[in-house]
Design a protein around this ligand. Sequence first.
Ligand code: NAP
Length: 260
Amino acid sequence: MLLENKVALITGSGRGIGRAIAQLFAKEGASVFLTARTEAELAATVKEITAAGGKAAFVTADLTRAGDAEKLVTAVRGKFGRVDILVNNAGHYGPVVPVEDYPLEEFDKVIAVHLRAAFLLSKLVLPEMYARKSGVILHISSISAKNAYGWGSAYAAAKAGILGLTRVMAAEASRQGVRVNAICPGPVTETVMSKELGNTLAKKLGVSPEEQLKGFLSSLLQGRGQTALEIAQAALFLCSDLSSAVVGQSLNVDGGAVFF
Ligand SMILES: NC(=O)c1ccc[n+]([C@@H]2O[C@H](COP(=O)([O-])OP(=O)(O)OC[C@H]3O[C@@H](n4cnc5c(N)ncnc54)[C@H](OP(=O)(O)O)[C@@H]3O)[C@@H](O)[C@H]2O)c1
């Protein structure tokens, strides 16, 4: 097993990509700590993981609130003693509107959940990782950080900010035994966020959700979306010793959408 005796904190893990990461990491021997706002989804996922023989626990947290992030890290330490792996995955897309129509408070919320929470949780766990001279932090960014899609300014800015944060953290942490990397997923069409975005875009473009999706997927080299499991497998690589010399990188898991 690739993550035996490791403790992994995975945010946004009640559903979607975070849930797939939690399930795979638990299968690989990690004790996984889950968090999001929706208790029922977290409880169901923890139940599935423990029923399969894994070790898992959760607390609810709204990661737009700094106090919740602090309580979360205290809760993981209380349950499993430490944090070896942090996966910053939680987030929502936000309004699908052009910049001139984007409400400022919504902009702040999107930045807060993706970028500010990733910064804050990293800040909270890095000292213990440095003390042990070991640890891994993985940020979930997006191809929106690298491509030019209209109507998602805060999301793209947050995801691009995450890549800057990844590089700075790698510069600071690599000689202290801590690796920091990012994943840029393409369209993971099975998740709530992806479905909601597809439906909204279809409505705005005056096409059916099926047509909108087909058009987008046809722009990818593989001509299909990615699965949450495919993102989780890349996360497993980046959070295990298989990637022991990979630092400060953003790995595109996108079926061939962006090439830098
Ligand atoms: N799906 C895609 O195509 C795609 C592509 C590129 C990148 N990504 C990124 O992948 C990550 C996961 O997205 P997903 O597609 O799996 O979406 P999802 O199924 O909607 O999952 C998002 C998770 O984040 C949690 N979350 C949202 N706001 C939160 C908050 N304020 N505090 C705490 N938790 C919060 C959600 O739970 P609650 O609502 O219960 O809080 C949920 O568990 C996101 O960072 C997203 O930007 C997704």
